[in-house]
Design a protein around this ligand. Structure first.
Ligand code: NAD
Ligand code: 6OD
Length: 492
């Protein structure tokens, strides 16, 4: 049992100061269930203070700051993250249970890269200009200028906490907005550390505010329904997106939503077999399957079905499940025991529906403190009808269902038969087929012979229940700024 009184206290950051909120809650390490910190929850008053501080910053010098000044600040924040790299890795890994090796390779470098990418982009972002012929035969010049939206609320989930927060924060700052962030209640640590980095980098008071707490009936809801927020950018579950949209409707706040997925992978018989197993293996199991882009539905061309299932089984069984701090650990726990209960409930339903559990389907036993954690076995299912809830619902764990197909059109139809539409992957060496099939995918992102290969300038987002809008590159700059078109008649 951990001694809660000895746990550090993670506080809110408002108007340049760390402040306590109304109540406290536990921050739990899902690897062994220990309380690693206490967190102070921001109530309605503190959320209001944060929004007021942000508004003051937008109306003040920050709102008039130039692009070069903001870009320089973003580079400094990137350096600040790198200077405290190990602390970020530890914070992220202790909160989520993800292997430190993964946080070192993915989450923390991407956080720094997000700031650099948007610092680079804002310096060179083009603006539109048109010569316009006027009815009286003269000329007018139309040109657009970019202005901040104002106060932006950022709400983020627990699966890639720092990566996803900075993915939105960096462009929002680059465009000159002031921000109020609410990270997931499950993962408050890396955002708190980031507040220190922001302060030390010289981000002016009120420009970056952090409020901790829960969603409905708590900090998140207070924030998104606050009348002085101009825009809400949210990553999380589709259901939550719908609740947030409702809260934003009265003030017509603009929204950007990156939501859930039930992503298909289509594996053709001509694929590069070793590469497919290696990379799609990541695409199913990385971060214990808790990446919105993970493939939970895999369609395999029938002649290689048997090979695929046994090769992916070997891959799943080879993954080292362990303590997040151990260098060779490849799979940590799920985020929490309630989330594990949800994942296990799908395993139970799959069994009841007559699925074959090719591997996994249960909880690993360690005989040590990890038995108090939220571990689950990587799992492969076959034999379910496409209409079963295990094939239609986002499970968000290290699990996929594998089904055969006989013809390309059939694979496309099965892949697109979903209310979601975030990401798809296609595995083939036939380049014509790759283009043909990719264009038919009803998703925001299609990867061919790769997965989660990112270029931060590209559009990122989903269709259907997977999101509203696109972020990335110019798409982010356009969401986080207002364009004011100026039409000036040139007399002559
Ligand atoms: P969640 O929707 O439960 O919570 C996300 C955030 O929203 C948390 O900070 C939470 O406190 C807050 N929240 C909840 N209810 C709210 C409300 N009524 N008002 C304001 N805020 C509220 O999601 P989660 O369980 O943290 O994350 C997992 C989900 O996120 C999965 O569905 C996954 O697919 C999705 N996700 C999507 C992407 C993407 O890019 N499309 C990326 C990562 C995760
Ligand atoms: O890479 C990104 O920019 C991004 N938004 C990834 C989302 C991953 C979902 O879990």
């Amino acid at each position: 049992m951990s001694d809660v009184s000895q746990s550090p206290l993670l506080r809110n950051f408002v108007d340049g100061r760390f402040v306590s909120g109304e109540r406290e809650f536990d921050d739990v390490n899902p690897a062994d269930g220990t309380v690693i910190a206490r967190v102070t929850e921001a109530g309605a008053q503190l959320v209001n203070d944060a929004v007021i501080a942000a508004r003051k910053a937008v109306l003040g010098e920050w709102g008039r700051s130039g692009v070069r000044q903001r870009a320089a600040l973003l580079y400094k924040i990137a350096e600040g993250i790198e200077a405290r790299f190990d602390e970020f890795v530890r914070a992220e890994s202790d909160d989520t249970g993800k292997p430190r090796a993964l946080a070192s390779r993915l989450d923390v470098p991407r956080a720094a890269a997000n700031f650099r990418a948007f610092a680079d982009l804002i310096k060179t972002a083009p603006l539109e200009a048109f010569d316009t012929e006027t009815p009286d035969g003269k000329l007018a010049l139309n040109y657009a200028v970019r202005k901040p939206v104002g106060v932006v609320a950022i709400i983020t989930p627990w699966n890639l906490p720092l990566l996803l927060l900075t993915w939105k924060l960096a462009p929002a700052l680059a465009c000159g907005n002031a921000i109020v962030v609410k990270p997931s209640e499950e993962t408050p640590a890396s955002a708190t550390l980031l507040a220190e980095v922001m302060r030390d980098a010289g981000v002016p008071n009120g420009v970056f505010n952090l409020v901790h707490g829960f969603g409905e009936g708590s900090t998140g809801e207070y924030l998104v329904s606050h009348p002085d927020i101009n825009a809400v950018t949210f990553t999380g579950e589709s259901r939550t997106g719908s609740a947030i949209m409702k809260a934003c409707a009265p003030g017509l706040k603009s929204v950007s939503f990156e939501l859930g997925g039930k992503n298909p992978a289509i594996v053709f018989a001509d694929c590069d077999r070793d590469e497919t197993i290696a990379q799609l293996g990541d695409g199913i199991f990385l971060n214990t399957g808790q990446v919105c882009l993970c493939a939970e539905r895999v369609y395999v061309e029938r002649p290689i079905l048997e090979w695929f299932v046994s090769a992916m089984k070997r891959k799943a069984e080879s993954l080292k499940i362990g303590w997040p701090a151990e260098n060779d650990t490849q799979l940590g726990p799920l985020i929490s025991t309630p989330h594990r209960e949800k994942v296990l409930s799908y395993f139970r339903m799959a069994r009841e529906l007559g699925a074959t559990i090719v591997t996994g389907g249960g909880v690993p036993e360690f005989g040590d403190a990890r038995d108090h954690g939220a571990y689950v076995q990587p799992t492969i299912l076959t034999g379910l009808p496409e209409s079963s809830c295990c094939v239609t619902d986002e499970i968000f764990g290290p699990v996929c269902h594998v089904a055969p197909f006989d013809a390309e059109e059939q694979a496309v139809a099965m892949a697109n038969d979903t209310k979601y539409g975030l990401a798809a992957s296609i595995w083939t060496n036939d380049v014509k087929r790759a283009h043909r099939v990719a264009r038919q995918m009803n998703v925001g992102i299609t990867w061919v012979n790769c997965w989660f290969l990112r270029d931060l300038r590209t559009p990122f987002g989903g269709v259907g229940l997977s999101g509203i809008g696109r972020e990335g590159g110019m798409h982010s700059l356009n969401f986080y700024s207002e364009l004011n078109n100026i039409c000036i008649k040139i007399s002559g």
